[in-house]
Ligand binder design. Structure first.
Ligand SMILES: Cc1ncc(COP(=O)(O)O)c(C=O)c1O
Length: 384
């Protein structure tokens, strides 16, 4: 079966957050992390069948979806997951908030390597904790966690490290040895590692995703892994996610923090999530090929100097490119790009200095990206 990632689906006028923001304006929405593609046919088929059943009452995850998660972790990552570890969640921002609340006490600290997806910085504060931002290091051609800086940031109140793996927005797919050093750091300071791996199946390079918890018994015991089929299969609007918490005490604390606040996953989310995990692989392979093409187009244009003053590092994973625009010396950079027809994500909420970075979502048709790059060329030419 072939899948078509070039056929535009008209999202203008729909309920899409991404598209509604710029409704009626000639601004390409390349911000929030969803893709402009229909979900895999196997997912849509399963949803149609479930809707045809007609009754949409309260749902509980069937054992078959737990089995799908276990099989997925075994087959994709070689990781033996016990179904008892699974805590179903209606979203991973929820998972970050529950984790922030579950461990330590009010006023305790959570280490966060920046730049990072903004809820990593806001979730601790929402839950009465303090996010301590530690800038990442640029090591040659890639971003890395700065473990020396993280060491220096540890205080007697530090309880957790929030890791984004693969990393939004810098596109890193962390290698086994890097993850081992991160786990060792957490062990040394007795921290809970909260590893958000929502982008785990969007590794574009020829690399395997390594779940941090799969490294060792100690890694498993101190880690809360957050995963979901939502990013990969483009079903984030259905809210189907899960935490894997091997340690019984940590799992109990996590479940306690969610109690009475966090609702069950909705009935259609469960159906879509299971279908994606079980039947989505051919679609995912075709998607990865399309995303690699988009990434390469963007990276080649940057390397050719099409956008003087714009730098980026190689995107190993995700469909998000983190553009360093500091050399443009813009004031009001985000609005500048909007005036040139580009709706990017402003880098400041990710922890970047104002007007230094923007994030571009290339989960779109090639035609949309080509148009976006033409606009980026004009926007950078007129910034100088
Ligand atoms: C790292 C990361 N975590 C979580 C989310 C959002 O998860 P959810 O929509 O399930 O709350 C995103 C969305 O972009 C993300 O990039």
């Amino acid at each position: 079966m072939t899948f078509d990632f070039e056929r535009p689906v008209d999202r203008a006028g729909s309920d899409s957050q991404k598209w509604r923001k710029y409704a009626g304006r000639d601004i390409l929405p390349l911000w929030v992390a969803d893709m402009d593609f229909a979900a895999p046919p196997a997912v849509l088929q399963a949803l149609h069948a479930r809707v045809d059943h007609g009754v949409l009452g309260y749902a509980k995850p069937l054992p078959s979806i737990d089995e799908a998660v276990v099989a997925h972790c075994r087959d994709r990552y070689g990781w033996a997951v016990d179904p008892a570890w699974i805590v179903w969640l209606p979203g991973l921002v929820t998972g970050l908030n529950v984790a922030a609340a579950a461990f330590g006490a009010a006023g305790d600290e959570v280490l966060v390597a920046t730049p990072v997806y903004p809820p990593f910085l806001s979730a601790p504060a929402h839950q009465g904790r303090r996010a301590v931002a530690v800038p990442m290091a640029r090591a040659g051609a890639r971003w890395e966690l700065d473990l020396d800086a993280l060491d220096r940031a540890v205080t007697p109140r530090t309880r957790q490290l929030f890791l984004c793996s693969p990393h939004n927005p810098v596109g890193r797919a962390y290698r086994r040895d890097e993850l081992a050093r991160i786990v060792e750091f957490c062990a040394r300071h007795d921290l809970t590692l909260v590893s958000d791996e929502i982008h785990c199946d969007l590794v574009l390079d020829d690399l395997a995703h390594v779940p941090a918890a799969s490294l060792s018994a100690d890694a498993a015991a101190r880690t809360v892994t957050l995963m979901a089929p939502s990013k990969t299969y483009n079903i984030p609007g259905l809210g189907c996610s899960f935490a894997l918490v091997p340690d019984p005490a940590r799992r109990a604390a996590f479940v306690r923090a969610a109690q009475g606040i966090v609702p069950d996953v909705n009935v259609l989310g469960l159906v879509a999530g299971e279908a994606a995990l079980r039947h989505g692989e051919p679609w995912r392979q075709a998607l990865l090929a399309h995303l690699r093409g988009n990434r390469d187009l963007l990276e080649q244009a940057v390397a050719r100097g099409d956008f003087p003053g714009v730098r980026t590092m190689h995107v190993e994973a995700t469909y998000l490119a983190w553009l360093d625009i500091s050399a443009l010396r813009l004031t009001g950079a985000h609005a500048h790009f909007e005036r040139h027809g580009l709706g990017l994500s402003d880098g400041a909420p990710f922890g970047a200095a104002p007007d230094t970075h923007v994030r571009l979502n290339f989960g779109c048709t090639r035609a949309t990206l080509v148009e976006a790059l033409a606009r980026l060329r004009r926007a950078t030419a007129e910034a100088r």
